[in-house]
Design a protein around this ligand. Sequence first.
Ligand SMILES: [Zn+2]
Length: 332
Amino acid sequence: MAMVETVSGPVEENSLGSVLMHEHVFILTPEMEQDYPETVKWNEEEKVASAIAELNALKAAGIDTIVDLTVLTMGRYLPRLARIAAETDLNIVVASGLYTFDALPRFLALVGPGAPIEGPEPMIDMFTKDVLEGIGDTGIKAGIFKCATDVQGVTPGVERVLRAVAQAHRNTGAPISTHTNAAMKRGLDQQKIFAEEGVDLTRVVIGHSGDSTDLDYLKEVADQGSTLGMDRFGMDRGAYSDFATRVGVVADLCEAGYADRMVLSHDANCWMDWLPKEVAKGTAMELPNWHFRHISEEVLPALRERGVSEDHITLMMETNPKRLLAAPKVAY
Ligand SMILES: [Zn+2]
């Protein structure tokens, strides 16, 4: 039986259970928490305690595992996460990779292929080590890779991240999960680069696909073997697709035979300083459904109402995540 790495160590693939494939515990900008905690309403002990309570409530709601896709540039900090994981039975899988829509952090912009100090891509070794040896000196191993392509498209910085993630994936066998701008069909751009790098596209989740209502685009991505991340349930006001639209796209794709190519998630967080919940509250930016229990409490019942079978729900919540996370970790 394959083992899957989590914050609290490896677990057997069958204990993954029901999985949310794209979430975050904390998204932080460490200098804000260090130097301006009042501005962003940060209180470490309070936020850690409320994260533990929220993750335990999620476990009680029937979810067994979350994949925390918080990577470089998003304030990932494993010692804090390990403290939280120790207080919950929920499995937390962590990610390697880098989140940017355009430029790279300064060091990487100056060192590497095409950079002023020309040389091999440092990110390949960085990301490979995260999976094989652990992140920093924590010994906690990443179980998945993350990268992003948004409005700006495949800029030179984004392209380096995508190709480095592809190579680190080939060094380790760990799957890839992405952020896309779905309206601009960025998933196809990502698949093209991954294919050029020799990536098996069945090992890739094209994220934020659930933001799209373009079934032709979604089928084109899935027909190349990748899994569609229907992963922003709860982001359902303002410019985002509403609840019924998000549910409808998943139901339509199930009916069209794509239940084996979708995973469900929220891209929610226990807390983030990009827009603290305390600041969003009462404004047009408040998203009342954007929390970890929305799928268990509202989305799955609505999918059943739309005629989605228990078998299809099991595929999206259990079988597909297990297939992605528990594949043998081999270089190719
Ligand atoms: Zn995310």
